[in-house]
Design a protein around this ligand. Structure first.
Ligand SMILES: [Mg+2]
Length: 319
């Protein structure tokens, strides 16, 4: 077994140019840039819970790192380092090689060094810790939202959940849409450039990445900021052709796995945010407003401006 795991480690041995001391000692040694605070996050993916056991290993390698990078993006942090721990049922060289390709494609894209990790035999489970940095005191925190802030969302939320619905046979999708949805679910794009720009240009008061669903993650901001919000469904993308509007609204508001950024900003920044959207070639949609009220209270207006009855606020892994 030792030989097998040596083989695995070889797939993950890469240069770590931004690291004082990389893998190979008892600890890695990391040196933050002067004046920077470290942002640290960890996330675990379990086969059968977070991904299908037969998922494409290269996509899984990307996603395992991308979901952690997304948390760094949500704070406005610049990604720097990652650690990877995995339990594997067996040491399948092809599977590991493909997983490593996807993982390092994401690491190269967002300039992280893999500085350590561990492997053991067990049911397929993957855990990444990602570390980023940002100037002290300037993080985009969940508790930073203010009364009267606009609510904004990046990209097109709902596509990842729509892919899942298609895989579970709850809808059928035309080929082009299906492929866009599969990409959103399998190889999500963490919005690092957006998070950095929002923080550097002081455009946003609070941010979160949408992993559990737009309303569920919005609730986290509202509770931490002690505010209420009104979401305007009419501002978000309408149901794609051939998709039932009830299913689409569920995907849009309660579907997880999008990794778009949901952020709040003062209305004085509307033009600057529109300019940023253009510069990043990334849609940024104003979709609601925060107001004083019971912390976490939410109302959603449908496309006619009428209140919508909410059935669920997001995907609950234990539900
Ligand atoms: Mg998050």
């Amino acid at each position: 077994m030792a030989g097998e795991f040596d083989l695995i480690r070889r797939h993950f041995a890469r240069a770590t140019p931004a690291t004082t001391l990389g893998p190979g000692d008892d600890c890695a040694l990391l040196t933050p840039s002067p004046g920077q605070t470290l942002a640290v996050t960890t996330d675990m993916l379990v086969a059968g819970v977070h991904f299908a056991p037969d998922a494409d290993p290269e996509g899984l390698g990307w996603k395992t790192l991308a979901v952690n990078v997304s948390d760094l993006a949500a704070m406005g942090a610049k990604p720097r380092w990652a650690l990877l721990a995995g339990a594997l049922p067996n040491a399948d060289d092809d599977w590991i090689g493909a997983f490593a390709r996807g993982f390092f494609a994401c690491a190269a894209r967002y300039q992280l060094d893999l500085v350590g990790g561990d492997t053991t035999r067990g049911p397929l489970t993957l855990s990444v810790t990602a570390i980023g940095e940002l100037p002290a005191g300037l993080a985009l925190r969940r508790d930073g939202a203010r009364e009267g802030d606009d609510l904004w969302i990046s990209g097109t939320p709902g596509l990842a959940a729509l892919a899942l619905a298609a895989r579970q046979g709850r809808t059928t999708l035309p080929a082009t849409l299906r492929s866009a949805c599969d990409t959103a679910l399998d190889t999500p794009t963490p919005r690092v450039e957006l998070g950095l720009a929002l923080r550097e240009e002081h455009l946003a008061h609070a941010a979160i990445d949408v992993s559990d669903g737009l309303l569920a993650d919005l609730t986290h901001i509202l509770v931490r900021s002690a505010l209420a919000a009104e979401v305007d469904l009419g501002e978000l993308a309408p149901a794609p052709e051939g998709v039932a509007s009830a299913l689409w609204h569920d995907c849009l508001l309660a579907g997880g796995d999008d990794y778009e950024l949901l952020f709040t900003a003062p209305s004085a920044h509307r033009q600057a945010i529109a300019a940023l959207a253009k510069r990043l070639a990334l849609p940024l949609t104003r979709c609601g407003r925060l107001h004083a009220g019971t912390p976490g209270a939410l109302s959603v207006r449908n496309r006619n401006g009428d209140p919508l009855t909410l059935t669920r606020r997001g995907y609950d892994h234990f539900g």
